[in-house]
Design a protein around this ligand. Structure first.
Ligand SMILES: Nc1ncnc2c1ncn2[C@@H]1O[C@H](COP(=O)(O)OP(=O)(O)OP(=O)(O)O)[C@@H](O)[C@H]1O
Length: 589
C-alpha cells in the first residue's frame, strides 16, 4: 500500500477517469447480472405463461439492455485506459527527469539493462494494474456478490449446493497461483537476462568481432534464449494442467445444479426459468474465481514494479543546487584546490589525498601518473560530478558549490578519451551544449578543432547523420567533433582527459595543434600518459596513489634524476630512442 501511496501524485490528478471507469463498471456488472433475471422472466412469465405477445417487447428489451451494456463497457474501458495511460505518461517523464539529475555515484552501480526494464516493463506493469487490474478485482467482488445474492434469493438450498464446489475451486486456484507465480517470475528474469545480453552484445560488438568471439556469443545467446523458452514452456504447462481442472470443477457444479435443480423443478419447488438463470449465474461466480490468481498476480507484479519505480524516484540527489546558489554567465576560470581529499566510498580507500594546487586563468595544468593515480578524479571534482570528502575547490575565489550546477558545467568543456556522439546529425552533435548556435558558430568551432575539412567531405556535410556511438567516423574524426562540441560552449575551463590517447600519432599531432589554438585564454587541464602531450604545460602534477608526488614544469621535473616524472620520461623516451635506432639500422641495412 505504501508504494501506491507514494505514487499517488501521479494518479490522483486523473481520479475523475478512474471514478468514471468504476461508475460504468457498476453498470456493466449490474446489466450482466440482470441478464439471467430477464431470461428467467422470459421463460417463466412470458413463454410458460403463454404471453407470446410480449416476446417482441422482451426481445427489444434484451437488445436495449445489451446496447446500454456495450456503451457502458466502452466508457469503462476507455476511462480505465485513460487513467492508466495518463498516469504513466507523468510517471515516465518524472523517472526520466530524475535519471537526468541523479549523480554519477548512482550510475557507478546502475545497470543499463535494469534501468531500461524499469522504465519500460515496470512502468507498463504498473499501468496494467491501474487500467485493468483494479477494475478486475472490483468486478470480481461485484459480480460474485450480486450473483450470489440473486441465487440465494431464488433458492437458498440450490445456491448452497452450487457453492459446495467453490472451496475446491479456490484450493485449485490457490495452488495454481503458487506454481504460476514463480514461473512468471522466471519468465521475467530470463527475459531480462536475454535483453541485457543483446544490449551488452551490441554495445561491445567491436570487442566481440576483434577477438572473433561471435560463436561464443551466439552460444551464450542460444543458452539464454533456451532458458527463456523453457520458462515459457513450464508456464504454459502449468496453465494447461490447471485450467481443465478448474473447468472440470465448474462443470461438476453445473451437473449438480442440473441434478438437484431439475429435481426441484419437477417437484415444483423451483420455476424452470429460475433454473436457467442459475446456469448463467453460476458461471458468473466460477469465471471470476478462476481469474482470481491472475488478479492477485497482477496486483503483486504491479506492487513489485511500483517498488522498483519508487526506488528511482526516492534516490538521493546529493549533488544539487544549494538555496543560495548563484548563476553566473561566464566564469573567469581560476581553479584552486585546497587540501582536497576524496573517497568514492568503496573499500579501495581514498582516491585523492590532500591535493592542493592553484591554476590561475589561462594556465595549463598537466596531470600525469599511473592508472588509478587519481587524475580523472581531480577533473570530476572540478565539474562537481562528485563531492569531495574534505577540502575546498574554488573557482574564481568561490567554493564551487556556491554556483548553480548549470553555470558551473556550462563553463567547463570536457573532452574524454572516447567521446560519446549521439545518433543525430554532426551539426546537432556539435551544438549539443549550445543548441541556439548558428551554423556559422558551429563551423567556426569545427574549424578550430580541425574538423571542418573532413566534415565538408562527407556527402551531407554538417547534416550527415551519425550512427549510434558515432559509427562511420574514425577515432580521430569523432574526437575532433567532440572537441568542437566542447569549445562551442566557449568554456573558461577545458579538461582534456586522455583526449588523444586513442588516436594515431599523425591525428594526435593534428588534434594537439587544434588544442593549442583552443586552449588560448582558457584554464586547461591535460590528463595524459604520454609526456609529449603535456610537456608544455605551465605546471605538471605527478600523481601516485592519490597524492601529488612531484610538481613543476617539464624542465624542472627532469632535474630530479630519481624522481617519478624522470622515470616516466626515461621509459618513454628510451623507447623512442630505441625505436629510432632500430629504424635507422633498418635503413642502413
Ligand atoms: N566511480 C568510481 N567509483 C569507485 N571508485 C572509483 C571510481 N572512479 C575511480 N575510482 C577509483 O579511484 C581511483 C582513482 O581513479 P581515477 O579514475 O581518478 O584514476 P586515473 O589516474 O584517472 O586513472 P586512468 O589513468 O586509468 O584513467 C582508482 O583507485 C579507481 O579505482
Amino acid at each position: 500500500m505504501k508504494t501506491f501511496l507514494r505514487l499517488k501524485q501521479f494518479y490522483w490528478p486523473y481520479k475523475k477517469y478512474f471514478l468514471g471507469s468504476i461508475l460504468f463498471l457498476f453498470f456493466v456488472t449490474a446489466i450482466t447480472v440482470v441478464y439471467p433475471v430477464i431470461l428467467k422472466v422470459t421463460i417463466d412469465d412470458v413463454i410458460l405463461a403463454g404471453n407470446y405477445n410480449l416476446v417482441p417487447y422482451v426481445a427489444l428489451g434484451f437488445i436495449g439492455i445489451m446496447v446500454i451494456k456495450g456503451i457502458a463497457t466502452y466508457y469503462h474501458q476507455f476511462f480505465g485506459d485513460l487513467f492508466g495511460i495518463k498516469t504513466v505518461y507523468e510517471l515516465r517523464n518524472s523517472l526520466y527527469k530524475k535519471l537526468q539529475y541523479l549523480p554519477f555515484r548512482y550510475y557507478d552501480n546502475a545497470k543499463t539493462g535494469d534501468l531500461m526494464s524499469r522504465l519500460t516493463a515496470d512502468v507498463e506493469g504498473f499501468r496494467f494494474f491501474l487500467s485493468f487490474g483494479f477494475a478486475q478485482a472490483l468486478n470480481l467482488i461485484l459480480l460474485v456478490g450480486l450473483s450470489l445474492g440473486i441465487m440465494l434469493y431464488f433458492s437458498v438450498p440450490l445456491a448452497l449446493l452450487t457453492l459446495a464446489a467453490m472451496p475446491f475451486l479456490i484450493v485449485v486456484v490457490y495452488r495454481f497461483d503458487k506454481e504460476v507465480h514463480p514461473a512468471f517470475k522466471g519468465i521475467r528474469k530470463s527475459f531480462a537476462r536475454l535483453t541485457t545480453k543483446v544490449q551488452e552484445n551490441i554495445s561491445g560488438m567491436n570487442t566481440v568481432k576483434s577477438l572473433s568471439r561471435e560463436d561464443y556469443e551466439i552460444d551464450k545467446f542460444v543458452n539464454n534464449n533456451g532458458d527463456y523458452k523453457d520458462n515459457y514452456i513450464l508456464t504454459s504447462n502449468i496453465w494447461a494442467r490447471y485450467f481443465p481442472l478448474m473447468e472440470l470443477i465448474g462443470q461438476i457444479c453445473v451437473v449438480m445444479l442440473l441434478g438437484f435443480g431439475g429435481f426441484m423443478v419437477i417437484n415444483n419447488q423451483l420455476a424452470p426459468g429460475e433454473l436457467v438463470a442459475f446456469f448463467s449465474l453460476v458461471w458468473y461466480i466460477i469465471g471470476p474465481l478462476m481469474n482470481l490468481g491472475f488478479i492477485i498476480n497482477t496486483f503483486s507484479q504491479s506492487k513489485a514494479s511500483g517498488e522498483r519505480l519508487v526506488e528511482i524516484l526516492d534516490e538521493n540527489e546529493d549533488i544539487k543546487d544549494t538555496e543560495k546558489a548563484i548563476t553566473v554567465e561566464e566564469l573567469q576560470g581560476h581553479v584552486q584546490f585546497r587540501h582536497v581529499t576524496h573517497s568514492y566510498g568503496t573499500e579501495d580507500g581514498e582516491a585523492l589525498k590532500d591535493i592542493s594546487f592553484d591554476a590561475p586563468v589561462g594556465r595549463v595544468i598537466g596531470l600525469i601518473g599511473a592508472t588509478g593515480a587519481g587524475k580523472t578524479t581531480i577533473t570530476q571534482l572540478i565539474s562537481r560530478f562528485y563531492e569531495p570528502n574534505h577540502g575546498e575547490i574554488l573557482i574564481d575565489g568561490r567554493d564551487i558549490s556556491e554556483y548553480s550546477i548549470q553555470s558551473l558545467r556550462k563553463n567547463i568543456g570536457v573532452v574524454l578519451q572516447e567521446s560519446f556522439l549521439f545518433s543525430c546529425s554532426i551539426r546537432d552533435n556539435i551544438s549539443y551544449g549550445f543548441p541556439e548556435a548558428t551554423l556559422e558558430q558551429i563551423q567556426d568551432a569545427a574549424k578550430r578543432s580541425d574538423a571542418h575539412e573532413f566534415i565538408m567531405e562527407l556527402p551531407d556535410g554538417y547534416d550527415t547523420i551519425l550512427g549510434e556511438r558515432g559509427m562511420g567516423l574514425s577515432g580521430g574524426q569523432k574526437q575532433r567533433i567532440a572537441i568542437a562540441r566542447s569549445i562551442l560552449i566557449n568554456p573558461s575551463i577545458l579538461i582534456l582527459d586522455d583526449a588523444t590517447s586513442a588516436v594515431d600519432m599523425e591525428t594526435e599531432a593534428k588534434i594537439q595543434a587544434a588544442f593549442q589554438e583552443v586552449m588560448k585564454g582558457r584554464t586547461t587541464f591535460i590528463i595524459a600518459h604520454r609526456i609529449s602531450s603535456l610537456m608544455h604545460a605551465d605546471e605538471i602534477l605527478v600523481l601516485e596513489d592519490g597524492e601529488v608526488r612531484e610538481r613543476g614544469t617539464h624542465e624542472e621535473l627532469l632535474v630530479n634524476k630519481t624522481g617519478l616524472y624522470r622515470r616516466i620520461y626515461d621509459i618513454q623516451f628510451k623507447d623512442r630512442e630505441t625505436l629510432v635506432e632500430v629504424e635507422s639500422k633498418k635503413v642502413i641495412i
